[in-house]
Design a protein around this ligand. Structure first.
Ligand code: PLP
Length: 408
């Protein structure tokens, strides 16, 4: 109770936002920490003149023919829900794409589900196969959503350290050493965010052997499949005998510069797709209709644009990696995605300190490696899907920064 002395009455205390009221927050949600990436976006949104190597998305806008197709569909009034599974034409195009790209046959009626980005597909996959207490093995460092999706499904993520000396590849023996009676799946994402690592066919085959021997599913996030430089992407489901044991996740955000359209997909055995669809129909209902129309056009005629963007990313990749090495930040050569993951060992800082100080002193945004797991400490993620001029300016500023803060 408080007293308002001027008017002489006692006002009842009210609970104001931010005051003492305790809300019941679920234990599962409580276990999550806020994304280390978001924090930096919020900070940099309040600053001017910042060069962002932080956000993991293309600086390109969606190729015009894709956007135009979606606009036309809106003009024609195509604004309703679609089938829960996604538009039949899109599933047909996805099926043809997976056949021509990897020789994989997925039935568009039962083995494919169109989702709200790979983000939703990942969440559905975990909720479809994980029971409380189950374990899912994933590499460390890895994409920020992997562990939270496992935890939200009631499971426990088991991190397998990966090392720069090993090209940040997930070693089959290391995985096998962590398999227990509770392990349900191995969750991987190659080409990798944040390292740019790509696993070879042989390395994936060894991992697939472990999965088969222990009857585990492989959930493979292949969102960066088309962004590879001088190496081939191997689809896990295309390895001999692996199709029934793989939940393949793919999407349009990165290769087609379509992050805002929110379209992804899952390809998996029909029992798994049926389960994922049950969850999807009660939560999302369907992926955005306009985005699905755009995705059909992307699959039908987007190859040229993807090829041009990949060539351009490759040029930027070389400038970024060589530039970082020259300023005393040793950098593993990324073979896919659009990230460089240089070491900050020349400075005495933690990756979070490095990112915060670089942003305040030089207005360059990078993401601390620790946001991607313990083994990301000692590194920062620099996204090179930004203009060449910005990359060069960022490197100039980083050179100044590293020289100023190098260990004595
Ligand atoms: N998987 C990885 C490895 C990513 O890097 C991202 C986005 O950064 C996603 C999934 C999410 O993709 P989408 O936009 O399809 O939800």
């Amino acid at each position: 109770m408080t007293t308002n002395s001027k008017v002489g009455y006692r006002a009842r205390a009210r609970v104001r936002p931010g005051s003492k009221k305790k809300y019941n927050i679920s234990a599962r949600a409580n276990k999550l920490s806020p994304s280390g990436i978001r924090k930096f976006f919020d900070l940099l949104a309040s600053m001017e003149g910042v060069i962002s190597l932080g956000v993991g998305e293309p600086d390109y806008v969606t190729p015009w023919h894709i956007t135009e197709t979606a606009i036309e569909s809106l003009q024609k009034g195509q604004t309703m829900y679609t089938s829960n599974l996604g538009m039949p034409e899109l599933r047909q195009e996805l099926s043809s794409y997976l056949l021509r790209e990897y020789g994989l046959e997925y039935d568009p009626a039962t083995e494919l589900l169109v989702t709200v980005g790979v983000s939703e597909a990942l969440d559905l996959a975990m909720r479809a196969i994980v029971d409380p207490g189950d374990e899912v093995i994933a590499p460390d460092p890895c994409y920020v959503s992997y562990e939270p999706c496992v935890v939200l499904a009631g499971g426990r993520a088991v991190a397998v350290p990966t090392d720069e000396k090993d090209d940040f590849v997930l070693r089959a023996a290391e995985v096998e050493a962590r398999v227990t009676g509770k392990t349900r799946a191995i969750l991987i994402g190659y080409p990798a965010n944040p390292t740019g690592a790509v696993m070879t066919r042989e390395q994936l085959a060894e991992l697939a052997d472990v999965a088969r021997r222990h009857d585990l599913m492989v959930v493979s996030d292949e969102i960066y499949a088309r962004l590879v430089y001088g190496v081939e992407h191997t689809c896990v489901a295309s390895l001999p005998g692996m199709k029934p044991d793989t939940i393949l996740l793919g999407g349009f955000s990165k290769a087609y510069a379509m992050t805002g359209w929110r379209i992804g997909y899952a390809a998996a055995p029909k029992e798994i797709i049926a389960t994922m669809t049950k969850i999807h129909q009660y939560t999302m209902m369907c992926a955005p209709t306009m985005g699905q129309v755009a995705a059909i056009e992307a699959l039908r005629s987007g190859d040229g644009s993807v090829g041009e963007m990949v060539e351009d990313y490759n040029r930027r990749r070389l400038v970024m990696v060589n530039g970082l090495r020259q300023i005393g930040m040793p950098c593993f050569e990324p073979k896919g995605a659009f990230y460089a993951f240089p070491s900050i060992a020349r400075t005495p800082m933690s990756s979070e300190e490095f990112a915060e100080t670089l942003l305040t002193e030089e207005k360059v945004a990078v993401v601390p490696g620790s946001a991607f797991g313990r083994c990301g400490e000692g590194y920062v993620r620099c996204c090179y899907a930004t203009s060449m001029a910005e990359i060069e300016e960022a490197l100039t500023r980083m050179r100044r920064f590293v020289n100023r803060h190098q260990k004595t």
